[in-house]
Design a protein around this ligand. Structure first.
Ligand code: ADP
Ligand code: MG
Length: 215
């Protein structure tokens, strides 16, 4: 017999302020992917997680990266790669909601299709978390406007869609610029062959978690 995972957020090593914020947001219980991922993610493990759209994957990585974040260190500590600007904006919004219990965590979105100049200025002001599309993040890394020496968590969100869009090489290049000592979390709705190839390139003994669609 297997025991069902604990679904109470208070079973996790989260701060009282974060737990109170989750209650305020109406997050009364963890979704299955959150319950499956968060205990290992909060221990710093690399994870490949597969669950369908709308299952709460953002909080499954956001609560882990926020737990790793030092707000007093004003440098990029997390980078989240997303396939499109719309998805990057959604992730930024959700991270800000989850982070609002902590003081002044700055989350910045960096996507293509908008002038670089404004993004240079934003980055010069500093950020704790950057969320963006692989091409534009690569661009900033090559120009030196984005520095990753303080990075401790790399997230690939909607990895299957990024592969569909031809971002494999950009993702590998971006990952190579991250410090080796870091946690990598990969989220995907499906598990095409490219995901295993991607994780083999830069993940450390990842735990694979799959949550079946609920009926
Ligand atoms: P996915 O990335 O898997 O498509 P999202 O992270 O975008 O899913 O979450 C889908 C919706 O569910 C969002 O509106 C989010 O605020 C909400 N949500 C996530 N986790 C919980 C939870 N534990 N309780 C209530 N609502 C949640
Ligand atoms: Mg998502």
């Amino acid at each position: 017999m297997t025991t069902a995972p604990q679904t109470d957020f208070s079973a996790l090593p989260l701060t009282p302020a974060t737990l109170a914020n989750l209650t305020q947001l109406g997050y009364t219980a963890m979704t299955p992917i959150q319950a499956a991922c968060l205990p290992s993610a909060l221990l710093g493990k690399d994870i490949i997680a597969q669950a369908k759209t709308g299952s709460g994957k953002t909080a499954a990585f956001a609560l882990a990266l926020l737990a790793n974040l030092n707000p007093r260190r004003f440098a990029v500590q997390t980078m989240v790669l997303c396939p499109t600007r719309e998805l990057a904006d959604q992730v930024t919004t959700e991270i800000r909601r989850l982070a609002r219990a902590e003081d002044n965590i700055k989350v910045v979105t960096l996507c293509g299709g908008v002038p670089l100049r404004g993004q240079f200025a934003t980055l010069e002001h500093g950020a704790h978390i950057v969320v963006g599309t692989p091409g534009r993040l690569m661009d900033h890394l090559e120009r030196g406007s984005l520095k990753l020496d303080a990075l401790n968590t790399l997230v690939l969100d909607e990895a299957d869609r990024m592969l569909d869009m031809g971002f494999f090489e950009d993702i590998v290049k971006v990952a190579k610029q991250c410090p080796k000592e870091r946690q990598t979390l990969l989220f995907s709705a499906t598990y095409p062959e490219g995901i295993a190839k991607l994780s083999a390139q830069f993940m450390k003994e990842p735990i694979t978690i799959k949550v079946e669609a609920q009926h």
